[in-house]
Design a protein around this ligand. Structure first.
Ligand code: HXC
Length: 253
């Protein structure tokens, strides 16, 4: 389910199975993300789950139960492609976690730039209880986000954790009342969307470099991205507006 506009919302809509991700859902998400990428009107994407119980309760266990080695490999590859596509979107992506974000659901949230959680949210990588390990990127993105020690314990025990813990560990940016989740996430999205879309792209690209590059390469990447902003319409406008003591009128380029 996809609503477009300056702030677009992608809703994983399979509430009867707590929005579990099967192949069809993953392929549909990939198709929607292609549309988002090519829709220049969209400046922030919100991702959430349908219903009030789950963001995404993981990959579809019933669908995975009968998979062969080759099918399991293809499934993890499909999931990785989708998570990478989220991460590679040039615009900021915010996960609004309304309930369970388990296994592939936590991995999906980890592929987003920011996470806003309802007080009812429950997170975890319970794969160990199914005889598997996280397979949509969690073994890498979780330690990057919350540190190796905590990630190891969570992946090795499969234990769930709540929203206050997620906040304390830096996984989520804010925790809000369940009935305020979408409104508060939209407020955050609107604040971000009020900035220059062009500058935000550079900010996102350099922040991504912090996770994917060695520090000296990342620092050089920042210098190049910073330098490239000089000459953009919005760098000129942002600084001119400051000097003229007025609000900038962004042109997003
Ligand atoms: C398929 C799922 C599902 C899942 C829930 N359901 N999670 N179906 N895959 N991951 C279905 C249930 O079978 C049930 O369907 C309905 O959703 C409601 O769930 P209940 O279990 O009845 O609800 P409740 O008792 O409240 O328990 C909620 C829950 C539990 C704690 C979230 O559903 C649960 O433990 N789910 C599995 C969580 C998990 O292990 N996720 C990681 C999956 S592995 P029916 O038809 O009975 O009503 C993974 C790997 C990623 O994500 C990488 C792959 C390559």
């Amino acid at each position: 389910m996809f609503e477009s506009g300056t702030i677009a919302t992608l809703t994983i809509n399979r509430p009867k199975a707590l929005n579990a991700l099967n192949r069809a859902v993953l392929e549909e998400i990939a198709r929607v993300l292609r549309d988002v990428r090519h829709d220049s009107a969209v400046r922030v994407l919100i991702v959430t789950g349908a219903g009030d119980r789950a963001f995404v309760a993981g990959a579809d266990i019933a669908a995975m139960a009968g998979m062969s080695t080759v099918e399991g490999l293809e499934f993890t590859r499909l999931g990785h492609r989708v998570m990478n596509t989220f991460e590679d979107l040039p615009i900021p992506v915010i996960a609004a976690v309304n309930g369970f974000a388990l296994g592939g659901g936590l991995e999906l949230a980890l592929a987003c730039d920011l996470i806003v959680a309802s007080e009812k949210a429950r997170f975890g990588q319970p794969e160990i209880n199914l005889g598997i390990i996280p397979g949509f990127g969690g073994t890498q993105r979780l330690p990057h986000r919350i540190g190796h020690g905590r990630a190891r314990e969570l992946i090795m025990t499969g234990e769930m954790f709540d929203a206050p813990s997620a906040l304390a560990w830096g996984l989520v940016s804010r925790v809000v009342a369940p009935d305020q989740l979408i409104a508060e996430t939209r407020k955050l999205a609107e604040k971000i969307a009020s900035k220059s879309g062009f500058t935000l792209r550079q900010a996102k690209a350099t922040l991504r470099a912090a996770a994917t590059m060695e520090e000296d390469a990342g620092l050089r990447f920042e210098q190049n991205a910073f330098g490239a902003l000089f000459g953009s319409a919005d760098q000129a406008e942002g600084m001119k507006a400051f000097v003229e003591k007025r609000a900038p009128q962004w042109r997003h380029r």
